[in-house]
Write a protein that binds this ligand. Structure first.
Ligand SMILES: Nc1ncnc2c1ncn2[C@@H]1O[C@H](COP(=O)(O)OP(=O)(O)OP(=O)(O)O)[C@@H](O)[C@H]1O
Ligand SMILES: [Mg+2]
Length: 265
């Protein structure tokens, strides 16, 4: 069953230089438990689509459906809780003046999750779930490594007990080894919690590791969707072919190295 449906959605920004058609008549669906990768060059409309799914932006036209019902532009707290974001840059998305525990707790207070006395325990469980020591909740974001911060960003989304997580380039700011570990963590969490991911990335090597299906964007339009295997083995659209041919070739040795590193985390 589709958990999320995007039906004929468009978004036009009206700027001083005229209209910008950031997303044009896009329709796609994401099944419960699935990881849909959204790929496409810079400026192709990926973040704009994400912001509409999250309710940060209202579509200019079209509609969004979640769990069989229309998603209103003004989201109910339940919707905001159920659809969470993990951003690219964890440092800029975490308030430097708050401890990381306080940042994670904010969502729990906002959505009234658990009783007040139990919320620090939920925060600690969320840190534990992403492989960080629960005592880390007292630390400032500036004292963490990039990989640790990204785990905090994931913990913050998870603590709200979401159904869908929109990940906007979640590993792009990380070096390749940390990236492999975070991807592995994201895969494990999806399976163990039955989560659904909309995974935005420009990195097709990442797509191959995490996605069940792929949606390819170009200039605000969806040019192709298909299973990850079909997209990589038999891309139909010339644009998809050009994206795939631009992926650096990963040889078997490098692949098994990456896998064994991810294995060890
Ligand atoms: N608030 C805005 N006002 C005007 N134009 C915008 C606004 N937000 C995005 N755009 C434009 O819409 C288009 C799509 O932008 P978007 O950020 O969705 O692309 P993207 O695929 O996420 O790119 P990137 O890979 O660089 O993150 C771009 O032309 C961008 O300049
Ligand atoms: Mg973007």
């Amino acid at each position: 069953m589709s958990l999320l449906e995007v039906q004929n959605v468009s978004k036009t920004f009206h700027t001083d230089h005229g209209p910008v058609h950031a997303v044009r008549d896009v329709s796609l669906s994401v099944a419960q438990g699935e990881c849909l990768a959204v790929v496409g060059e810079s400026g192709s409309g990926k973040t704009t689509l994400a912001n509409m799914i999250l309710g940060i932006l209202a579509p200019s036209s079209g509609r969004l459906r979640f769990d069989g019902a229309d998603l209103p532009s003004r989201r109910l707290p339940d919707h905001r809780r159920a659809i969470q974001l993990v951003q690219q840059n964890p440092l800029s998305s975490l308030n430097p003046k708050r401890t990381i525990g306080a940042s994670i707790r904010l969502g729990l207070d906002t959505y009234g999750i658990g009783d007040r006395s139990g919320r620090w325990r939920v925060v600690e469980e969320a840190l534990d779930a992403v492989g960080l020591p629960p005592a880390m909740r007292k630390r400032a974001p500036s004292s963490l490594s990039g990989g640790q911060r990204q785990r905090v960003g994931i913990a913050r989304a998870l603590a709200c007990d979401p159904r869908i997580v929109v990940l906007d380039e979640p590993t792009s700011a990380l070096d390749v080894l940390v990236q492999a570990r975070v991807l592995r963590l994201l895969n494990d969490l999806r399976v163990s919690r039955g989560l659904t991911y909309v995974f935005i990335t420009h990195d097709l090597a990442v797509v191959r590791n995490v996605a069940d299906r792929v949606a390819v964007f170009k200039s605000g339009q969806l040019v192709e969707t298909g299973t990850t295997e079909a997209i990589f083995t038999n891309p139909r659209d010339p644009y998809t072919r050009s994206l795939i041919s631009a992926v650096p070739v990963v040889d078997d040795d490098e692949l098994s190295l990456r896998n064994s590193l991810a294995e060890g985390t």
